[in-house]
Write a new protein. Structure first.
Length: 485
């Protein structure tokens, strides 16, 4: 890897108003305003309050236990229950603490991209954006697959039909984004309630199984214990990752320096319980899990609460997949737009349709990529997703350590406690989890192939950096990337 810049000078924590990435990238002479309905002055954007932020965090990180089923089949009931306790401690909590500290220090819309760029230099910033594009492209292709899987409980369709439905979801969401139909923070509260309600009903109806939980009798490991552990870890990590993602909309959060970490404190126990309690209902005394696959919670719901609960979980899974996809499309499709504005991609991708103020060409390009990835299937997509995500997370953890040295003055701001030991544990635990998962999964057939593909794609970051800078020039001089202090 080429060396990053020699290192920026020491910085002070940002004291100004969080700056929107669109404000940072907008050409200076042009002034864009949004007129109020009555023709008055520009209407200020409504900031996300703490309740809406908690619900958005729930949707971004989890959205319910949907998507965990393949881990049960691959690793077995006992192992998955253990992983759902261990992974939050080794991955979720450290990542959340990192996001809370860096959001307090640099409440920029664009979040982790600017953390890494400021701490480690422009190449590291590009690598963060590049890896983020890779994992979000793969991640976005997962949700249409889940949508079709849960819908098939209500309307049975074959594999080809599920692929067709998934592709339809991609382009419907793309059209809605082009038309300017966008989710709002307040709606996330109602959506979170809709998604969690079927699981709450499952837990209430099956509470006796939780109160008198019987350890599953299925063996802990099968013929390939290390491969099963690695593959199950991949799916569990996918379900518990993403605590830093909302940092990209810091300018939309009311008092992000304080409310981001508060939202984490509320959302984390809800999310962990949201996985563990339904699993305990479904797996109490389980003798095996060979039938589990994406969409299986609907079948378990029918077993626990009859066809009404099964249908409710199927609808909830479909709604979750579409809602998360539609919400993520809002910022994922803007990444090619942002990189085009930064001079890393062709200029046409930065063009905005004046009617709805949406980057149409960037959205269409994103939809084409998602469409091509859908036929890969759920497990293969998750393997690629987790590798790219954890590689980007490693850069964020390096930025956490570097920025602690560059900006030591944090009076009144949240910082990870425990001094140097706490800092290195926060950075080291997730990376250790990634390395262990990587090593274990390399011994598992299909996962080994997928990991080798992920490594090959990751190694293209430097050629991509050099090529894009040579072809489109890279960031122009004097571009504003940080608010003034």
């Amino acid at each position: 890897m080429p060396a990053c810049s020699s290192g920026p000078a020491p910085i002070e924590p940002f004291s100004g108003t969080p700056l929107s990435i669109h404000e940072e990238l907008r050409p200076a002479p042009r002034k864009v305003t949004t007129r109020a309905a009555g023709g008055g002055a520009s209407a200020p954007r409504r900031a996300l309050g703490l309740p809406a932020l908690v619900c958005l965090m729930f949707l971004v990180v989890s959205g319910g236990a949907y998507g965990l089923e393949d881990a049960v089949r691959i690793g077995g009931p006992k192992l998955v229950l253990i992983l759902c306790i261990v992974v939050p401690l080794t991955l979720s909590l450290p990542t959340a603490l990192m996001a809370g500290e860096l959001t307090a220090l640099m409440p920029l819309e664009g979040g982790f991209y600017f953390w890494v760029k400021r701490a480690l230099g422009p190449f590291a910033g590009f690598a963060e954006a590049y890896l983020t594009i890779l994992y979000t492209a793969v991640d976005m292709a997962i949700y249409p697959v889940l949508f079709a899987a849960y819908l098939s409980f209500i309307v049975p369709v074959g594999p080809l039909g599920q692929v067709a439905i998934g592709i339809g979801v991609v382009w419907l969401s793309g059209l809605l984004n082009i038309a300017g139909v966008r989710p709002v923070g307040e709606a996330s509260i109602a959506l979170a309630i809709i998604l969690i309600a079927p699981f709450v009903a499952m837990v209430v109806l099956g509470f006796g199984k939780i109160a008198h939980f019987a350890i599953p009798t299925a063996p802990m490991f099968g013929a390939d214990p290390m491969g099963a552990l690695g593959a199950a870890l991949i799916v569990v990590i996918w379900n518990f990752g993403g605590w830093e993602n909302l940092s990209v909309v810091s300018a939309e959060i009311n008092n992000p320096r304080r409310n981001y970490i508060r939202a984490i404190a509320v959302a984390m126990p809800i999310i962990v319980a949201g996985y563990l309690l339904p699993l305990m209902v479904c797996l109490s005394g389980a003798t095996g899990a060979a039938n589990w696959h994406e969409g299986w919670f609907a079948h378990e719901g029918a077993r626990v609460g009859g066809p009404i609960l099964g249908t409710a979980l199927a609808i909830g899974g479909s709604v979750m997949a579409f809602a998360v996809f539609e919400a993520a499309m809002l910022w994922v499709s803007r990444m090619p737009f942002v990189l085009a504005r930064e001079g890393y991609l062709p200029a046409p991708l930065s063009e905005v349709w004046s009617t709805t103020a949406t980057p149409v060409k960037a959205i269409v390009a994103s939809c084409v990529v998602f469409t091509l990835l859908i036929p890969l299937g759920f497990v293969a997509l998750v393997v690629l997703d987790v590798f790219f995500y954890m590689a980007a997370l490693a850069l964020e953890m390096a930025a956490l350590i570097r920025l602690r040295r560059l900006a030591p003055n944090r009076h009144g701001m949240f910082t990870v406690g425990g001094g140097s030991i706490g800092l290195w544990l926060t950075a080291g635990l997730p990376i250790s989890t990634w390395v262990a998962t990587f090593a274990l999964a390399l011994g598992a057939g299909g996962a080994q192939r997928d990991f080798m593909i992920a490594i090959a794609l990751s190694l293209t970051v430097w050629p991509a950096y050099a090529l894009t800078r040579r072809r489109w020039g890279g960031p122009r001089p004097n571009r504003i990337t940080e608010p003034s202090t």
